[in-house]
Design a protein around this ligand. Structure first.
Ligand SMILES: N[C@@H](CCC(=O)N[C@@H](CS)C(=O)NCC(=O)O)C(=O)O
Length: 346
């Protein structure tokens, strides 16, 4: 398998390509009101398929939010394997190596259905229209917000408010800093192409983790007293911190397990239905250590760390908070979407 290259060139600072296919899937009513292009792709049960890789932190957000909101019944999901080559993610976990609904072996095929000359990375998460087999959107940041605000008609009973109107400004503000400094900050360390770029990236990352530690030492969740979109966004990076970022990306001032507040916060979320049950530590490690062969040329996947400690008591209940607000936790993960035994904590 030929891998791509990831280390930054030029000034040595990693800059993420954030040009997406930004078409939105919007509610029929709101789409009509907006008079926007969204009307072309209305929210509709069974019309679309969410394509993810469990390993990917950006895709992981969509898996969590879809599950918290109970959208499994209306939006099916396809899982790419943990690794991809220089060209594309593949459906190598499926029988015959083909997605059972889209009938394609490579996610690239759905991007090319949308644009035969698609010039950018073939990224997850992506939402594909089943009938045409074409990607509708790969705009991961908008996707989960739209699950909360556009798919409301299909939320399960008891779905939490992950993006409540009165808190949106604060969620956006926190999420912006979490994105630039933490979600992307770990990549800025890992893909730095010079010592100076790495040193600066490391300082930026741990400055932000110190800010989060302070914020979360007196409140259970990032914004308000319930889980929100902001927590989902931070969680997927924290879950990968010790297994991957600490070693592979050299984010090693301390392990997550040594940062008491963040570690307890991360365990609290991990133990909340809809979060930890989406985490596949085996695939996460395989993805990073195998795909980024320019920073790990042997492609050896480390055995550690021990992950059983994710299930230890976290004590965060003493800060108050109501994880699901007036709602309820989601039920068990549907058959066929469960993380295989031995791939999670414990
Ligand atoms: N495209 C988004 C997020 C999605 C993303 O980067 N996904 C990664 C996996 S974690 C991916 O699909 N990479 C494949 C590639 O870049 O070729 C971004 O770059 O900010």
């Amino acid at each position: 398998m030929t891998q791509g290259s990831y280390v930054a060139t030029g000034s040595g600072e990693f800059n993420r390509d954030t040009n997406y296919i930004t078409t939105r899937i919007t509610s029929r009513t709101r789409g009509a009101e907006d008079g926007g292009g969204g009307r072309q792709f209305p929210v509709e049960p069974g019309r679309y398929r969410l394509i993810v890789a469990r390993a990917c932190p950006w895709a992981n957000r969509t898996i969590i939010v879809r599950r918290l909101l109970g959208l499994e019944r209306v939006l099916s999901i396809g899982f790419c394997g943990p690794t991809h080559d220089a060209r594309s993610w593949t459906f190598d976990l499926d029988p015959g190596g083909v997605d059972p609904v889209l009938g394609i072996p490579r996610l690239q095929d759905a991007y090319f259905k949308r644009d035969p000359d698609y010039p950018k990375g073939i990224t997850v998460p992506a939402i594909v229209e089943v009938a045409t087999g074409a990607v509708v959107t790969n705009d991961f940041a908008q996707m989960t917000l739209d699950f909360s605000t556009e798919w409301t008609e299909y939320h399960r009973e008891g779905a939490p408010q992950l993006y409540p109107e009165p808190l949106r400004a604060e969620i956006d503000e926190v999420a912006r800093r979490v994105y630039t400094e933490v979600n992307n900050g770990v990549y800025r360390c890992g893909f730095a192409g010079s010592q100076e770029a790495y040193d600066a990236a490391y300082d930026r990352l741990f400055t932000a983790l110190d800010w989060l530690t302070e914020r979360l030492s007196t409140q259970r969740y990032l914004v308000g007293d319930t889980i929100t979109e902001a927590d989902v966004r931070l969680f997927t990076t924290l879950a990968r911190f010790d297994p991957v970022y600490h070693g592979h990306f050299k984010c090693n001032r301390s392990k997550l397990a040594e940062m008491d507040v963040l570690w307890a916060y991360a365990r609290d979320l991990f133990q909340t239905p809809g979060f930890g049950d989406t985490i596949d530590f085996v695939q996460i490690k395989q993805h990073y250590y195998i795909v980024h062969s320019d920073i790990n040329p042997t492609q050896i996947v480390p055995k550690g760390p021990d992950l059983a400690n994710w299930l230890t008591p976290h004590g965060r209940e003493s800060l108050g908070g109501r994880p699901f607000g007036d709602g309820t936790p989601p039920g068990p993960t549907p058959e066929g979407e469960r993380v295989p035994a031995g791939h999670s904590a414990g």
